[in-house]
Design a protein around this ligand. Structure first.
Ligand SMILES: *Cc1c(COP(=O)(O)O)cnc(C)c1O
Length: 399
């Protein structure tokens, strides 16, 4: 391969791909479609038997006592924070390197997110920073299994236990992963998942919370249904119209046809994860030869679920900065992305909570370097090679 800059699609050269390869997308097969169609022909479109069936399968797979299905990953986080009784005056520690919803859920309940910095090599919450963020008002810690790598929960629980703090695992990246042999979903007091199409399994939109605490589960089932003490199906079975509102809740229900899709997808999770790991190994092998591309580190005892494959660009060695590499790869037809703008840099948090640059220097520095390469189980070997060819082409052109 030549190393001429004029060959780059950015400079008018021929792109590696004509159509943009997305960074993530769903895999739907005929069984998934059949599962949804079956429910559409049944008596229940929502609040029917498919919800409990999906929840049971999900709890079994994650080794959790209970699973509660809700309408999104964001609703799952909101329900978890509500179950913990977080309210005004309470602080919750949140890593800066995550999707905004991880912090927003604390604000929904009137609490204050306190941003902790991350480890430079994993981008997972840094235990020292988490420890330093604890104040007398701290009520919980949210850990994010960034990119699909579970955090070091033994270490985090060591810190949390000193202060009696519960941990929420925002596991939206990590379904199918494991830490020291324990599946993600059974690692924290409450574990939240998203069923958005770019995540490991999808129900269109959807979310799940797992927990071993039956009181939390009961609270969240009421919370997802307006705060009512019984749902439509339970009243139907009793032949009664009476319900009581015992809490302020929301309509965060997941429909039966979505649960049927989720359950059908869950049966395919093992294959999905195996393919994601295969793609990651191919990227690892191919990219280690290129200067200025630094993969994230995977810790010991971790089974990575690879929601994302994130690389860091060292601009000196690569010969171009992240913004340029982003544009160059997009021009080549590779739908790279950036996960994430650190949450404390968003205008809302700056204005409302007085956060800003300098608060989490590691996350801020990483934000200027990271790039997510396409990663989803439906990628063909040809797609994977296109990504490698494009990254190699861009790297050679700039080096
Ligand atoms: C996807 C995601 C969410 C939100 O999930 P939705 O289903 O889109 O509401 C929250 N946190 C993280 C880390 C995510 O990746």
């Amino acid at each position: 391969m030549t190393g001429k800059r004029s060959d780059l699609a950015l400079q008018g050269g021929t792109p590696v791909r004509r159509t943009l390869l997305p960074y993530g997308r769903q895999s739907i097969n005929e069984e998934d479609i059949q599962a949804v169609a079956d429910v559409l022909r049944s008596d229940w479109l929502t609040t029917g038997p498919a919800v409990a069936e999906f929840e049971e399968s999900f709890a079994q797979l994650t080794g959790a006592g209970e699973a509660v299905a809700v309408s999104s990953g964001t609703a799952a986080l909101h329900a978890a924070i509500h179950a913990l009784g977080i309210g005004p005056g309470d602080e919750v520690i949140v890593p800066a390197m995550t999707f905004a919803a991880t912090a927003n859920c604390v604000v929904y309940e009137g609490g204050t997110p306190v941003f902790a910095d991350v480890d430079p090599d994993t981008l997972l919450i840094h235990p020292d920073s988490a420890r330093r963020s604890i104040t007398p008002r701290t009520r919980a810690l949210i850990a994010v299994d960034y990119a699909g790598q579970p955090c070091d929960y033994d270490e985090l629980y060591g810190i949390a236990a000193e202060h009696g703090l519960p941990i929420v695992d925002d596991a939206c990246h990590a379904l199918g992963g494991a830490y020291r042999g324990r599946p993600v979903g059974s690692l924290a007091d409450l574990n939240t998942f998203s069923l958005h199409p770019v995540k490991h399994i999808t129900s269109g939109e959807g979310g799940v919370i797992t927990t071993d605490n039956p009181d939390f589960a009961a609270c969240m089932r009421i919370f997802r249904n307006h705060g009512l003490s019984s749902d439509h199906r339970q009243r139907e079975e009793r032949g009664s119209w009476v319900y009581e509102m015992v809490d302020l809740g929301y309509n965060y229900r997941l429909t039966d046809f979505q649960c049927a899709l989720g359950r059908s997808q869950l049966a395919r999770l093992g294959d999905f994860i195996a393919r994601r790991r295969e793609i990651a190994r191919r990227y690892d092998d191919a990219l280690k030869e290129l200067p200025g591309i630094i993969p994230l580190r995977t810790g010991p005892g971790v089974a990575h679920a690879y929601h994302l494959y994130v690389i860091r660009i060292d601009p000196e060695r690569f010969g171009a900065d992240r913004a340029t590499v982003y544009r160059a790869l997009r021009a080549e037809g590779i739908g790279v992305n950036v996960h994430y703008i650190p949450v404390h840099l968003h205008p809302y948090y700056r204005d409302r909570f007085g956060t800003g640059p300098g608060m989490c220097p590691v996350a801020e520095d990483a934000y200027g370097r990271i790039l997510s390469l396409p990663m989803y189980p439906g990628m063909t070997d040809g797609d994977v090679e296109d990504v490698i060819r494009a990254v190699t082409k861009v790297a050679r052109a700039f080096s």
